[in-house]
Design a protein around this ligand. Structure first.
Ligand code: CUA
Length: 157
């Protein structure tokens, strides 16, 4: 039984792309060690946050020539630190968690919009490209003092 030529061509293209797809999938899964993000997520036990690094010493730390890390804890109804000073144009890596209930970390007019969940470490990297002062606040309702939960980021030149 003879298939028409064009059908065979299309069938070969179909099988060919399936094989290519499987090879790429295989390389991604095994060759590069890529796993679902969940397995890489760091955890932080809310009960021992104050004892173990990095959250025992919240603050702003320089980690490279133009890189900083902000270690932050949140709790009803505040943050530590509440004032963050970082230089303009630096890569700022936020590492934050909560000591009690779910809080938010929202910086208006930026892409910083994080959920801080007890037991989990939320990470986000951001670069401020203008000097000035930003308010940051909690945007997850967390109780009677929710609207008091805020701080500021000062971006200096
Ligand atoms: Cu913390 Cu709302």
């Amino acid at each position: 039984m003879d298939m028409p030529r064009y059908e065979r061509i299309w069938m070969n293209i179909g099988i060919g792309s399936l094989i290519i797809f499987l090879i790429i999938l295989g390389i991604l899964a095994f060759g590069m060690g890529i796993h679902p993000p969940d397995s890489l997520e760091q955890t932080a036990n809310p009960e021992t946050i104050d004892i173990y690094p990095p959250f025992d010493q919240p603050g702003v730390y320089q980690t490279g020539p133009n890189e900083y890390e902000v270690i932050m804890t949140s709790f009803i109804f505040s943050y530590e630190p509440r004032e963050i000073r970082v230089p303009l144009g630096a890569k700022i890596h936020f590492k934050a968690t909560s000591k009690d209930v779910v809080h938010g970390l929202y910086v208006p007019n930026t892409n910083i919009n994080l959920m801080l969940v007890p037991g989990h470490v939320t990470e986000y990297t951001y670069t401020f490209d203008e000097p000035g002062e930003h308010l940051f606040l909690c945007h997850e309702y967390c109780g009677t003092g929710h609207q008091l939960m805020q701080g500021r980021i000062i971006v200096y030149d």
